[in-house]
Design a protein around this ligand. Structure first.
Ligand SMILES: NC(=O)c1ccc[n+]([C@@H]2O[C@H](COP(=O)([O-])OP(=O)(O)OC[C@H]3O[C@@H](n4cnc5c(N)ncnc54)[C@H](O)[C@@H]3O)[C@@H](O)[C@H]2O)c1
Ligand SMILES: O=C(O)C[C@H](O)C(=O)O
Length: 340
């Protein structure tokens, strides 16, 4: 274990699990750079002492500690954490779907959530590991089995889909400041389950009819674009670190009392205020919608469906059918994990 840094306040201890990976390292760098982060614990099966020592030399307030599996390292890293961000697991190679990662990543996520349930039962858990559509339901089932499931504290991180939508729309409409656009992307995090709602963009944008299908496709399959370009060396890591940080920092700021922070996330809707009606409308319990964040986590699910276009309704219908299968696969795994 490496321990370093000044750490003047310790109000929101934050953990990255999978911290030595392609996402984990730049995500940990961004968290270490944030003035909102006080205490950062890095957990991975390899290399965390080095990553922690390296980051600890940065002159920002957060203390940085690194943990490996030996000597109950996961428990030590997670103990009493407020925020646990999980990018642990294998990434895709060309030709794979996110669901192809299920067999390995389901077990990794299950194991990490079991530790969280035991030593940090009140933590806000942010799941990045794919397939998110299934790893979040797995996490919920594990937490339920340990009697510590609070749906307001479990988030599937879908922010990269929003970041991509902002970028691609800005390119199309000639907006030089993509970050000024707010485009809700709802549903799940894979292919057809990703539903960009351009009609709900703020400020409003006008997408030419002949460009609409290609734009939707690019948001839905932006991940494949990166996997193909990396040519066997993995999937999105830097844009994901940016997106994961954007979401994690908002949760941290909300937990510290800041108001008005909203970001879509894949949650268990019936357990989030305002979410039950949306779950009934879309026909599935796990679904990403804009979430108002606060000291209790997901304070309110915002219904994004009013006034959506017929094309968006068609996307929703297609998404829900696929999503249901992804969710039940995760739930089944949590109840009947394969015997080793
Ligand atoms: N939610 C999203 O939008 C999104 C975006 C990009 C990638 N991802 C997913 O994030 C995951 C990580 O991607 P990556 O590119 O960083 O992969 P990577 O292989 O570069 O890093 C993964 C890290 O997880 C670690 N790890 C493996 N098992 C672990 C365990 N039991 N406990 C702790 N750490 C463990 C590995 O040692 C490695 O350092 C993949 O599943 C990928 O598909 C999700
Ligand atoms: O595409 C992937 O497998 C990684 C991630 O989910 C992404 O959207 O980039």
């Amino acid at each position: 274990m490496v321990k370093a840094g000044l750490g003047l306040t310790r109000s929101v201890p934050t953990v990255v699990a999978g911290a030595s990976g392609g996402i984990g390292q730049p995500l940990s760098l961004l968290l270490k750079s944030s003035p909102h982060v006080d205490e950062l614990a890095l957990y991975d099966v390899v290399n965390t002492p080095g990553v922690a020592a390296d980051l600890s030399h940065i002159s920002s307030p957060a203390t940085v500690t690194g943990y490996l599996p030996a000597d109950d390292g996961a428990k030590k890293a997670f103990k009493d954490a407020d925020i646990i961000v999980i990018p642990a697991g294998i990434p895709r190679k060309p030709g794979m779907t996110r669901d192809d990662l299920f067999n390995i990543n389901a077990g990794i996520v299950k194991g990490l959530i079991e530790v969280a349930a035991e030593v940090a039962p009140k933590a806000f858990i942010l799941v990045i590991s794919n397939p998110v559509n299934s790893t979040v339901p797995i996490s919920a089932e594990v937490l339920k089995a340990k009697n510590v499931f609070n749906p307001q504290r479990l988030f599937g991180v879908t922010t990269l889909d929003i970041v991509r939508a902002e970028t691609f729309v800005a390119q199309l409409v000639g907006e030089a400041q993509p970050q000024k656009l707010n485009i809700p992307v709802i549903g799940g995090h894979s292919g057809a389950t990703i539903i960009p709602l351009f009609s709900k963009a703020s400020p409003s944008v006008s997408i030419p009819d002949d460009k609409y299908d290609a734009l939707v496709n690019r948001v839905q399959f932006g991940g494949d674009e990166v996997v193909k370009a990396k040519d066997g060396a993995g999937s999105a890591t830097l844009s994901m670190a940016y997106a994961g940080f954007r979401f994690a920092e908002k949760v941290i700021r909300a937990v510290k009392g800041e108001k008005g922070l909203v970001e879509p996330s894949y949650v268990y809707l019936p357990g989030v205020p305002g979410g039950d009606a949306i779950a009934k409308q879309v026909g599935t319990d796990f679904f990403s919608v804009p979430i108002e964040l606060g000291p209790n986590g997901a304070e309110k699910a915002v219904n994004p469906l009013e006034g959506i276009t017929d094309k968006e309704k068609a996307l929703l219908e297609k998404a829900t059918a696929e999503l249901k299968g992804n969710i039940s696969k995760g739930v089944d795994f949590a109840h009947n994990p394969p015997q080793k």
